[in-house]
Each structure stands twice: as C-alpha cells, then as structure tokens.
Design a protein around this ligand. Structure first.
Ligand code: HEM
Length: 330
C-alpha cells in the first residue's frame, strides 16, 4: 500500500489546515487580479478586433472621438474603480454618474461603446464586459492618434451600481491646484509620475469655454497672446460651450506637444498649468521638462500609468456581472 507523502504525514492536523487556508486565501486574492490580454482568446476570439474596428471607424469619422473614449475610461476608473459605472443611464429610481458635475454635457462616446457592445453580444453573448470595452477602446484610440500601445489587462466585470456623489468628489476639477491633483491621484494609488504622465492625455481633445474661462480672464501665469486669442471665442459670461483644443500644437495627434505648451504658459486649463510653475520650480516641473524633451519617455510612462489606472479596483471573478446593455444593469 502506498504511504502518504512524508511532508503531509508529518504535519500536525492544525498546521495542515493553516496551509490549506493560506492556499485558499491566495486563490481568492489572485482572483481579484486582472488577467492578461489573452483573456478572451478562447471565449470570444474576435473581441479585441471587433472593438478596434468599431473604434477605428468612429475615430476616422471624428478624430476627437479618440479623446472622448480615452476620457470615458478615466472617468470610469476614478469612480468606484474600472467597472463601467459611468455608462449606466439614469432611470426613474436610479441616479447614475452621467449627470454629475464633471460628466454632464461633457462626456462623449457612449454610442461608440454601444456599437461595440452590440456586435460583441451577437458574436459571444454576455462574455465581454463593458468595463473591458472601455479599457481596450481607450488604448486603441491612443494608438490610432499616433500614441503608444500597451497590453490591456482584461477580466473586469461590470457594476450593478453607480455613484453620482463619488463622481463629484473623486474626479479632479479644472480649477485644481497641484496639491489637490496629487491627492486625487494618490487616493487612487497613483504616483506623482503617473499623475503628470496621465495628464498628458490632454495632448488630444477639446475643452469647453466654461472650463477655461477663469484661466483666460483671471490667471496671471498664462501667456498673454494665448489668453487674448482664446478670449475672442470664449466670453467672460454667458454661453460657455465653445471649444478650444487642449493642445493647440496638435489637437488630434497623440504626442508630447502638451508639455511643450506648459513650458510656455500655454496650458488651457488651470489644472494643466498647475503642473509647471517655472521660475523657482514646482515639484513636477522637472517631469514636465523631461516629457517636453522626450516623447519616448512620455510615451513609456503614459503607457505604464494607463495600465495602473486600468487596474483601479476592478470587479473580477463572480463579482458584478457582464452587462448585456452597457447602459443598464441586467
Ligand atoms: C489631472 C486632472 C484632470 C483634470 C482636472 C481634467 C479635466 C478635464 C476637463 C475640464 C476637460 C474638458 C471637458 C469639457 O470641457 O467638456 C477634460 C478633457 C479631457 N480629458 Fe481630462 N482631466 C484630468 C485628467 C485626465 C486624465 C487622467 C485623462 C485620461 C487618461 C484625461 C483625458 C481627457 C481627454 C482626452 C479630454 C478631451 C475629451 C474630448 O475632447 O472629448 N484627463 N479634462
């Protein structure tokens, strides 16, 4: 008769239970992690190609859509984690995040996500989460506009809840100081380098007058001719919906031009210029200078920071659900 392995036989019963418990805890902890980018290879082999095709068509039609999709992923991840909570529509008895201050009248790209989801539901029903669609779409949009690529970690599931109050408290405002920005990002486990690199997302896209009005009429650290040219299209009061590029040097090209703008006082938002004080120097001035000098350094740090941001508190395993319609819980 085979003898039991020595190690197991010689372990007292209670120590064996501790080892088993440890292994179970390890498995549970491992489950809370995202998986690599091959996550859907078996369950939905065309998933990534489908998302890329839908994003590609949308960005070809409207290059700004690339920026809007990138921002959607950010606004998802900073509120309850990357769980697609941002996509839920309000209903009679449910208030989502779309009406929150930083999102209302400003977030775009929901239809693009709907289109990808519709195709994915036909190909492989209830398999690819809306939160993963957002993460992949953000990467594909950046690549299409000339930016870096990265392997998107996958396996997020979708929330059954949303939080307008967290959207109001956790998403940074354009009037933020550097200290406020650093705190907002560190609250999400992101470093100073992550914060500065991720702010480089403002190398693409547009902002509405209402969000840079105070800066162009009241800030003193703004380039005078830059402020004057913006005032022409953005009245001091009244309609605040006119748009200006966040990076005037290449509004639809993902590069380090945004940082060059900051060096010359041409950041569009107060929160953009907060990253570069000049003169005696703020604590992030060195990073801004480095990124302005090296697109390679910016690209590498941006890609790493996107992977970190995409890993904020995901729902994995059996938590949450895979929504059938990204706008509503199942
Ligand atoms: C550092 C703190 C940040 C603040 C205060 C901030 C604030 C803003 C504001 C006010 C706008 C203009 C919205 C409008 O006028 O409709 C905007 C646009 C944008 N933001 Fe940020 N943002 C921040 C960080 C980020 C991050 C981390 C990302 C992505 C990784 C991001 C991506 C974008 C993009 C791509 C746009 C343009 C969107 C479009 O054209 O549709 N932002 N942001």
């Amino acid at each position: 008769m085979a003898r039991p392995p020595r190690a197991a036989a010689s372990l007292p019963q209670h120590r064996l239970s501790v080892v088993v418990l440890g292994l179970l805890l390890f498995r549970a902890a491992a489950k809370a992690q995202l998986s690599g980018d091959s996550y859907y290879d078996a369950s939905c082999p065309a998933a990534l190609l489908t998302i890329r095709t839908v994003v590609s068509a949308a960005v070809l039609l409207d290059p700004r859509m690339g920026a809007s999709l990138l921002r959607l992923h950010f606004h998802d991840c900073f509120v309850q984690g990357c769980d697609a909570s941002v996509l839920l529509d309000d209903t009679g008895n449910f208030t989502g995040e779309k009406g929150a201050g930083p999102n209302a009248g400003s977030l775009r790209g929901f239809e693009v996500v709907d289109n990808a989801k519709m195709l994915l539901e036909t190909l492989c029903p209830q398999t690819v989460s809306c939160a993963d669609i957002l993460a992949v779409a953000a990467r594909d949009a950046v690549v299409q506009l000339g930016g870096p690529s990265w392997a998107v970690q996958l396996g997020r599931r979708d929330s059954t809840t949303a939080s307008a109050s967290l959207a109001n408290s956790d998403l940074p405002s354009p009037s933020s100081t550097l200290a406020t920005l650093l705190t907002a990002f560190s609250n999400k486990g992101l470093t100073t380098t992550d914060m500065v690199a991720l702010s480089g997302a403002h190398t693409i896209g547009r902002a509405q007058c209402a969000n840079f009005r105070d800066r162009i009429y009241n800030d003193t650290d703004i380039d005078a001719s830059f402020a004057a040219s913006l005032r022409a299209g953005c009245p001091q009061s009244g309609d605040g919906s006119s748009l200006a590029p966040l990076d005037e040097s290449s509004p639809d090209g993902f590069d380090n031009g945004y940082f060059g703008g900051l060096l010359s006082g041409r950041g569009l938002l107060h929160s953009d210029q907060a990253l570069f004080a000049g003169g005696g120097g703020g604590s992030t001035d060195g990073l801004v200078r480095s990124y302005a000098a090296s697109n390679g350094q910016f690209s590498g740090d941006f890609a790493s920071a996107m992977v970190k941001m995409g890993g904020i508190s995901p729902l994995t395993g059996t938590a949450g659900e895979v929504r059938v319609n990204c706008r509503a819980v199942n």
